[in-house]
Ligand binder design. Sequence first.
Ligand code: PMP
Length: 430
Amino acid sequence: MSHRDLYERALETAPGGVHSPVRAFHGVGGTPVFFASGHGARLTDVTGHNYIDLCMSFGPLILGHRDQVVAAAVHEAVDRGWSFGACEPYSLALAEWIRARVPWLERLRFVSSGTEAVMSALRVARAATGRSKILKFDGCYHGHADGMLVRAGSGLAGPTAATSAGIPAGTLAHTVVAPLDSEQVMDEVFKVAGDDLAAVILEPVPANYGLLIQRHAWLQHLVERCRKAGALLILDEVITGFRSGPEGAAGVLGIVPDLVCYGKVIGGGFPVAAYGGRADLMNLVAPAGPVYQAGTLSANPVGMRAGLVTLEQMAYREGWRVLEHRTETFVTGLAERLAESGSDLGVARHASIFWVHRQSKDGDPIRRPDRIPADQADWYRRFFHAALTNGVYLPPSPYEVCFLSMAHDDLTLALAADALVEAALRPEAS
Ligand code: PMP
């Protein structure tokens, strides 16, 4: 069965043939690859081809595909029953593990997706402050809740559409959008809207419109502005939580949020996410308080076991330190080889996340979407397909970031670097 046959059948059952937009390859063109299995750092497609995976399910698989210890824990959990809709000890164990490592995370609530985590955290912030407006930043993605789909990244990144259709104007009126990397505009926004802001939501390391690493001074400025205006600070750590380190990007950057959203790594590849923070805020959530939020499959025991074992293994294997070092070595080597080859490509990195991009004209780090060179999309399309031919699966969008896992060993990374350098030298005609 070819990819094309499967895709044509999929087009008959799902919008655009997919269940999440970026999977359709619109960002890179061509027919989506259908994968049959994953193992370690590799994916195998339905025709038997093998690829080194640098997308890693967009982030959750920090130990790699089908890690043996996680697999054993999941099998054991399945043997005990996979949904109770009632109290069980598995979510307690994961919550306690997290709370012991993230001191300001006094209470948390498990949900099933990053979208839900953000939606719920915003509701808490509005209830706590009695204010309605939320400030978000241009290019950041916070899931697909109505009010967050304004100038969002991820599948909305690109020149044509930055805001979803189907959102009432009244909802959009509660979202204020500011550019990243400008203290001046931030001050103006706070001057006009500061008193109405329930919260500011930020990806501490924006990673949904390329990897837009922010200046520390800008981050500090934002924290101070929030405190002064009485707006809560919500860090969306769906990507960075338990990836940047056990305390997420907040720990690395030394920022204490009022509320935080987690997803991806927290469930080790299962549909788990969470929101949490200060006890006085989280105790507003039902049944402790008046903010309603619930979920039939929330804290699903299989996901809870997968999440806990993933985090335990990361701690046991000194995973965050190992991955930091491994990714730094890989990215530095790759950037050097790309520079030697005369290409004008850069590689941005944070922890085990990286993004290959066209350099800005002045070679400065790219910190906001409007600084991404206009030819990134065209170039990436050709780079992606050349890499695929060379046996490397990159995220199928010029604006999605790459992830490494503990399964990406030195040999795999050496092969991946060769394949990427070769792809950069000879990008395929699309
Ligand atoms: N926030 C951020 C920063 C994300 O990257 C994502 C998803 N990539 C979300 C929220 C939404 O998470 P989910 O796709 O699990 O709803």
